[in-house]
Design a protein around this ligand. Sequence first.
Ligand code: SF4
Ligand code: SF4
Length: 293
Amino acid sequence: MEKIVDINDSPFPQSPVEATQYDGSKVIQFSCHKGISCFNACCKNIDITLTPYDILRLKRRLDVTSGEFLREYTEPYEMEKEGIAGVKFKPIDNGTACRFMRDEGCSVYEDRPTACRYYPVALISMRRQDEYTDTNSYALIKEAHCKGHFEDRSLTIDEYRKEQGLDEYDTLARGWRQLVLKKKSSGPTVGKPSKRSLLLFFMACYDLDRFREFVISAPFNDTYDISDETRNKILNDETELMLFAFDFQRQVMFGEESVPMKADALEKHMARKRELAEAQTAADENGENIQSE
Ligand code: SF4
Ligand code: SF4
C-alpha cells in the first residue's frame, strides 16, 4: 500500500509530527482554552492548507464571493511538481500570523478551517494506487510552545474529532481529498495535466462562484446532460454544487463517466480519449509524457 500523508497533516511550520500512527481510539491528553499561557501562540506562525469546504464556510462567514476570498485571504501553492494546486491562508502583511487572530482568540472560530480544528492531531490518509478507497490514521504534533499537552484532560482522538466538528468537515472534503490522493499516487501514469485541466481543478474546487457561472454557461450545457433536479439542487445549494464539482473533476482528471454527457459530445469525447490513449502508448514507448485533458 502506498502511503500518502494527507495535505492537512501539518498545519503549522516545522510541526514535529510524531512518527507513531494511531487509530481514533488513541487516548490523548490535551486541552486548549482561553487563559492558557500559550493562548494564540499557534496562530502567530501559520502554514494552513484549506479544503474546498473550509473556503465555502469562510466565504459565507465573511459574506464575500469565492473570488474575493481567494484574492484577499489566500495564496495558491503547488501540491506536487507540475501538478494540481492547493490553497493556503495568506498571513498578515510582513508577518507570519493569521489574519483572523485577535487578542481574544480566533475571530472566525465557528468556521475555522480543518487544519485548525485538527491541531494537535495530524490526519494521515492512505490509499491504494488508482483506487478511491482511502483509510485514515492519526499522529500527534508536539510543539514546545503548545502547553495544551500538559492540561489535565484525557479523551480519545475520535472524541476530540467529534468535539471539533470534524466529521462534517472531513465528510464534505472527502471527494476533493480523494482526487488529490489519486492524482498524487497515479502521477505520470495519467499524463501531465494540461493548463486547462489545472485551471478547471482550481475553479471547481476553490472558486465555487465562478464554477456556478461555468455550470450555467452554454459550453457546459452543450456538453453535459444533467437533469433538472440535479441542476436545481446544485444551483440552489452551494454545498451540493461543491460535491458536484468533485464528481465533475473525476471526469476531467481521470476520464470517469461521473457526469452524463450529451450524445454528440460523448462521441467526440470518446474519440478524443482514444486519441490520447494512442498518443500515451506511443509516448510510453518513447519514454515521454503527454498532457492529459
Ligand atoms: S483561523 Fe483562527 S484558529 Fe486558525 S490560525 Fe487563524 S486565528 Fe488561529
Ligand atoms: S494550547 Fe496549543 S493549540 Fe491551544 S493556544 Fe496554546 S499553542 Fe495553540
